[in-house]
Design a binder for this molecule. Structure first.
Ligand SMILES: CC(C)(COP(=O)(O)OP(=O)(O)OC[C@H]1O[C@@H](n2cnc3c(N)ncnc32)[C@H](O)[C@@H]1OP(=O)(O)O)[C@@H](O)C(=O)NCCC(=O)NCCS
Length: 192
């Protein structure tokens, strides 16, 4: 039996959240924590939620700013990243609860679209769809097609197609998608 609540992150959660992200991402921890710290430092974070079990932070999700470069205008959207649950609590519904709460928060913030890079095996069952099915392109060809996913919210309209533009932080950390040889390995594992 697991118990937790999802709540907005406060200043006091900063260190604990960083530890949660680092624990969840293992070998990638340095890069993921680095990107998120800079996103926050540059004022690009739009929401942070934590899963808390009493005083203990056991999960975290961040939403930050990006653009969708549509034909008629540049649209403010959100990137959902990182999503983290401490390893010992994974598989108990915390990730699903954080995802649902983050999407609700994005709706409240009034953006039409949220995007993420992740395993479609996990996100598809939580209502995420390939970005390509909405005419939305990933910011880099190095993000394997099925991994770039979207949730379209109430404000979404069919003309909102085009390329997603990540903020500078992602490029400074070389964090948009994968690079070879990992990219080639992931592509080879994808169904045709
Ligand atoms: C991905 C993550 C956030 C999911 O959180 P969680 O609390 O374990 O997820 P839930 O309990 O809501 O769901 C667990 C289910 O998702 C499945 N799942 C987890 N990661 C998955 C993946 N990459 N692909 C497919 N299924 C996955 C589990 O097998 C489990 O399946 P079950 O319900 O049939 O047993 C968590 O595993 C995590 O922090 N992973 C490391 C960091 C990471 O990869 N973050 C996402 C980057 S896009």
């Amino acid at each position: 039996m697991t118990s937790f609540e999802i709540r907005p992150s406060t200043e006091a959660d900063t260190e604990a959240s960083r530890r949660v992200v680092a624990a969840a991402f293992g070998d990638e921890a340095e890069q993921v924590v680095g990107v998120w710290s800079d996103v926050v430092a540059r004022g690009l974070a739009r929401a942070q939620l934590v899963a808390a079990d009493g005083d203990e932070v056991v999960g975290h999700v961040g939403l930050s700013h990006a653009w969708l470069d549509a034909r008629s205008e540049l649209i403010d959207i959100l990137v959902l990243s990182p999503l983290s649950v401490v390893p010992e609590r994974q598989g108990t519904g915390i990730g699903a609860a954080l995802l649902a709460a983050a999407v609700a928060e994005a709706e409240r913030l009034g953006v039409p679209v949220v995007v993420l890079e992740g395993d479609p095996g996990y996100y598809a069952r939580h209502g995420w769809a390939p970005a390509s099915s909405y005419g939305i392109e990933a910011p880099s060809h190095r993000i394997p097609g099925p991994a770039f996913q979207v949730v379209a919210l109430r404000g979404h309209e069919p003309w909102m197609t085009g390329r997603v533009v990540y903020r500078d932080v992602w490029w400074e950390h070389d964090a948009a998608g994968l690079r070879d040889p990992v990219l080639a390995q992931v592509e080879m594992s994808l169904p045709d």
